[in-house]
Write a protein that binds this ligand. Structure first.
Ligand code: CA
Length: 234
């Protein structure tokens, strides 16, 4: 079923490129390798990939520029490969239009999970309207978007309006990271101050209400310096 899914991998480090290629090939994805930004950009337009895996640190073109160039003509999912220390790069890449990132070093199951999530979101955006509102379910947590009801193990959880908006947006994007700015803008509008404090307070309250143990979340994870990611559906 994956056989026709084409993934363009833009990565200059040979051992990482060959690791990714072998992982993806064994999961029946078709890999189009590129070792420079220029090559990547040209293959992105000529090969029509379904997803791009992009290393931000390339020898010829800055990864950020590649995201911006591709976003001029395409909304195909872009997964950024990033070094651990560079949180600002991750935020900048997401703001430039990347869908998500994966941090080096990563394992094959994490890589495949991120790819599946990105592909699922992009196909959902293209094809279904009604299905997007089916309830979110993960480890006993249920979010019914139509009725605006959140429950865990059958017990209803009372959230404030803003808490619900935060949880619903994260759940609709489950498996993907959402930046602090994106969440703040969605809840408090585009002219709100980019101050994470209110968001953090809301998140603390949400965790207290929905997580069995708020200190060790199983539903909403913190991506330090970047934002939050909701667990994938069951
Ligand atoms: Ca590199």
């Amino acid at each position: 079923m994956n056989q026709t899914v084409k993934i363009l991998v833009i990565e200059d480090e040979k051992n990482i490129l060959s690791f990714i290629t072998s992982v993806l090939s064994s999961s029946h994805y078709q890999v189009i390798p590129a070792s420079t930004g220029a090559q990547g950009l040209s293959l992105a337009s000529s090969q029509c990939p379904d997803l791009i895996l992009l290393d931000l640190g390339l020898p010829d073109i800055d990864g950020m520029e590649i995201i911006e160039k591709i976003r001029e003509w395409s909304s195909l999912p872009i997964l950024v490969i990033s070094a651990r220390a560079l949180e600002e790069d991750k935020v900048q890449a997401l703001d430039a239009g990347a869908d998500d990132y994966i941090t080096k070093p990563f394992g094959n199951s994490e890589l495949l999970a991120r790819i599946r999530t990105a592909l699922r979101h992009s196909s959902r955006m293209q094809t279904d309207d009604g299905l997007a509102d089916r309830p979110y379910r993960s480890k006993g947590l249920l979010i019914d978007f139509e009725k605006r009801i959140v429950s865990r193990d059958g017990k209803e959880i009372h959230l404030t309006q803003n808490e619900y908006k935060i949880v619903a947006l994260l759940a609709r994007n489950c498996g993907r990271v959402l930046t602090y700015d994106r969440l703040i803008e969605h809840i408090w509008g585009p002219y709100s101050e980019n101050d994470n404090t209110i968001l953090r307070v809301n998140m603390a309250n949400i965790r207290r209400k929905i997580e069995p143990n708020p200190a060790e979340p199983i539903y909403i994870f913190t991506e330090v310096g970047v934002g939050y990611r909701m667990a994938d559906e069951d």
